[in-house]
Design a protein. Sequence first.
Length: 328
Amino acid sequence: MRANKKKISNSSQKIKYSFLKILTGSDLSRRRLPFMVAESINPGPIIWLTACGHGDEVGGIVIIQEIFKRIRKKNLLKGTLYAFPLMNPIGFETGSRHIALSKEDLNRSFPGNKNGSLAERIADKIFSTIILTNPTLVLDLHHDWRKSIPYTLIDPNPIIGNTEAYEKTKMFSKKTGFLIILDTGEVKKTLSHSLLQESIPALTLELGESDVINEKNIEYGVKSIWNILSYLEMIEPLEEEFNYSVPEIYRDRILRYSDKPLSSASGIIRFFTRPGDVVNKNQPVARIYNTFGKLQETISTVSDGIVLGYSDSSVAFPGVPVMAFGIL
C-alpha cells in the first residue's frame, strides 16, 4: 500500500485516504484503487462499502463520499468503516460497465486470481484486502435500469448447511429500509456471492439508475447505510429511521426477483406502469407495436408483485427482458 495521501484525525477517530496499486501501464503510469478508512478509538464492528465495480454505475462513489463526510463531522463511535469507492477505475473513465482494456466484467471475476486476467487480478486485490479484515458486513453498491426503484438484493445461499452468515445477511437486509429481493438465479463470481462462500455477510444495494448522479437515490443510499451503522451503534442514529416508501404488505418481506415474461416479439415498447407500482397476476403492463403501430404483443404479469424497473431501451426483441418485478 502506498503512503497515505490524506489523513484526518481527532481524539476519537482517524480517517485515512490512500491507494492500492493494481497495474503499471505501458507508459509506466500507475493505476490505483482509492481506499478509505474511518477508524474509531473504540473497537467494534467492521463494515465495508464497495462501489463502481461496473464503471458506468457512478452513484455509489458519491454515496461513499457523503458517508465519510458525515462521519468526519459526527464521529464514529466505535468500530471501523472501510471503503473501495471506485473498484473499476478503467471502466469508470470510459463510461463502460466492463474493464475497458479487457472487456471483462469485474463483478463476475471474484474471488479473483493474482496471476489471472486483468479483472481477476483486480478482484483478487479487492477480495484479499476485504477478507483480511474479517468484516461484520460488506455492502456492495450497484445501480439498475434507468427507470427503477432502489432495493436490497440478496444472493441465494451458496453454502448448503452453513446458515449463520446467511441468516445475518437476511437480518441486515431488513435494516436497510429498502424493499428486499432474493435473486432467483445464482450468479457466481460476484463479490457478494464470493463473500458468502467465505461465510462473510454481504448485501447488494441496487440504487436506481446508472450513468448519472440522481441526487434522490444518493440520499436514499446514504440514509440506508446510516440505518445499518446506527443499528450497530457505530454512529448516532437519524432522528427518524429511514424507510423507502413501499406498500405495507411488502415491507420486511423477502420477495423473489423475476424478469418474466420475456418479450416474444420485436417492436416498440409502451409501458402502462411505473417502477414502484403494485401489480396483480395477469395484469397488462406493457404493449409492443411494430413500425406501423400494429399491436404485436401485450405483456402481462405472471404473479402478484411490485414493479422494480423496466428496460433502458424502448426497442423489444424476442427473448429479452422488458420489466423486472419483486413477487410474493
